[in-house]
Design a protein around this ligand. Structure first.
Ligand code: NAD
Length: 304
């Protein structure tokens, strides 16, 4: 199989000064794409800023014969990042919403500032970049988006209420972008990565981190944003050589006649049925409430 290439395409990678973003930027720079290397250059807690983080990566891509330009804006000013792509290269094909920070603290001690900053960088930042790229994607009938969630968002994680909320938001955001983008060949997928970076170096043992190179998240992203991909609206966990798709599961559930026999007691009587996953489905949309309502209306009281 020949290697996947991105010649003539423009990729914006946010937070590309280190960790996963750096790995994406170097990869696309080495496979023919022009790369906008965005990084605010602050600490992993979101303090300070510097142009150095992005500049170093741009220099590395150029030294290897690739094309890259730096952008130092915060993702909360995502329109300026996309503007750098348009002004420098005249287009944008791929957006990788990757920038992120942490403000871990138990919920008891969480301040409004810790909450707002995390929601701002992850949720508003991803929104601002995608929103600014969207008209270009629609016009050219082509676009690829990767959003970045986290296992903390999918499953919860002690001390990370702010981060979990922001990261699960990326799932809903992606699922809807995929639906709205389908008509225009705009594909959007979301990954929950795991990789050694400054974000994880203080919370994971060194021997584990050694086996979690950011480079090992890159192949999945490379496939998902390639022009030949058809995949959209999907969620993946990826890291250390492992890639797995996740999906929602809905129990077949309990359906009672919706009249005055439908009481808390009636519900309790068949409580187990609500979480009986035998015969479960894997929905990609909300329950068909009209069909359920119709079925419920036709039931006799006490029917299942
Ligand atoms: P990292 O700290 O190495 O990289 C994040 C980069 O984003 C940094 O270079 C930082 O300067 C930049 N950044 C932060 N705020 C920014 C802003 N407002 N505007 C522009 N750039 C900004 O961390 P990483 O581990 O590479 O994380 C990358 C993404 O993956 C993040 O969204 C993170 O939440 C997510 N993630 C990482 C892991 C993991 O195991 N490393 C796990 C789950 C999710």
């Amino acid at each position: 199989m020949s290697e996947l290439r991105y010649d003539g395409q423009v990729v914006v990678v946010t937070g590309a000064g280190g960790g996963l973003g750096k790995a994406y930027a170097l990869f696309f720079g080495s496979r023919g794409a022009s790369v906008v290397v965005n990084d605010l250059g602050g600490s992993f807690k979101g303090e300070g800023n510097s142009t150095k983080a992005a500049d170093v990566i741009v220099d590395e891509i150029k030294a290897a014969g690739g094309k890259a330009v730096a952008n130092y804006n915060s993702v909360t000013d995502g329109d300026k990042i996309i503007e750098t792509a348009i002004q420098t290269y005249g287009r944008i094909d791929i957006l990788i919403n990757n920038a992120g920070i942490l403000r871990d603290i138990s919920f008891k001690n969480l301040s409004d500032k810790d909450w707002d900053l995390i929601i701002d960088v992850h949720v508003k930042g991803s929104y601002k970049c995608a929103r600014a790229a969207w008209p270009h994607f629609r016009k050219q009938k082509y676009g690829r988006v990767i959003n970045t969630a986290s296992a903390a968002g999918l499953f919860g994680s002690f001390g990370q209420t702010n981060y979990s909320a922001a990261k699960l938001a990326m799932v809903g955001f992606t699922e809807t972008l995929a639906k709205e983008g389908a008509k225009y060949n705009i594909l959007a997928n979301v990954i929950a990565p795991i990789a050694a970076s400054r974000m994880t170096e203080t919370v994971m043992p060194a021997d584990i981190l050694e086996n979690l190179k950011p480079d090992w998240v890159v192949p999945l992203v490379a496939v998902l944003v390639h022009k030949d991909s058809q995949e959209s609206g999907s969620i993946y966990e990826v890291g250390g050589g492992h890639v797995a798709k996740l999906r929602w599961e809905r129990a077949s559930g309990l359906l009672l006649k919706a009249d005055d026999t439908y009481t808390p007691g009636a519900l309790l009587k068949q409580w187990d049925q609500i979480s009986n996953f035998n015969g479960a489905e894997h929905p990609t949309g909300p329950a068909d409430f009209l069909a359920l309502l119709d079925k419920s209306m036709k039931m006799s009281p006490g029917d299942k």
